[in-house]
Design a protein around this ligand. Structure first.
Ligand code: FES
Ligand code: FES
Length: 171
């Protein structure tokens, strides 16, 4: 390992401090250093969106950001969106509407959808499709993903979680 630098993000509400190589990508930091494997690596072209996380409340493809750029930022991964006993409304809706098959794209889809609903709580179907353009799914044909996002929007409170650095649905 070459020279390292200190990075101190708040990840899913927990203050973290690590020494990382300056070239380390945020997605690798989350997965390999912090063990948060919910953000997936699905491409090497910044196209798939499987790695999407929130940085200061905004959806970001974590394969396009260096870990050091998250220094001091609030980072929220799918692990921080909800819990098994207290699902985020989008997680609940994806489950109910069968918005996933293999699940590889799902963490990124849910994080990106939370950002979308934070900015536009009542989107049209067109707006949902447009808003999730940066997230690819090989399995579902997108129909049930869009249905799930619309269902979560109708239920309300489906934006970014409180404490993620954005407005926060419960803030
Ligand atoms: Fe980041 Fe595909 S792994 S966009
Ligand atoms: Fe398999 Fe989307 S559910 S890639």
């Amino acid at each position: 390992m070459g020279a390292t630098v200190s990075v101190k993000p708040i990840v899913n509400g927990e203050a973290r401090e690590s020494q990382v190589e300056p070239r380390m990508l945020l997605v690798h930091y989350l997965r390999e250093v912090l063990g948060l494997t919910g953000a997936h690596v699905g491409c090497d072209t910044s196209n798939c969106g499987a790695c999407t996380v929130l940085v200061d409340g905004e959806a970001v493809k974590s394969c396009t950001v260096l870990a050091v750029q998250a220094d001091g930022a609030e980072v929220t991964t799918i692990e921080g969106m909800g819990s098994r006993d207290d699902l985020h409304p989008l997680q609940q809706a994806f489950w109910e509407e069968h918005g996933l098959q293999c699940g590889y794209c799902t963490p990124g889809m849910i994080v990106a959808a939370a950002d979308l609903l934070e900015r536009n709580p009542h989107p049209t179907e067109e707006e949902v499709r447009h808003g999730l353009e940066g997230n690819l799914c090989r399995c579902t044909g997108y129909h049930n993903i869009v249905k799930a996002v619309m269902a979560a929007a109708a239920r309300g409170g489906a934006g970014v979680p409180a404490g993620s650095g954005g407005e926060g649905v419960n803030a």
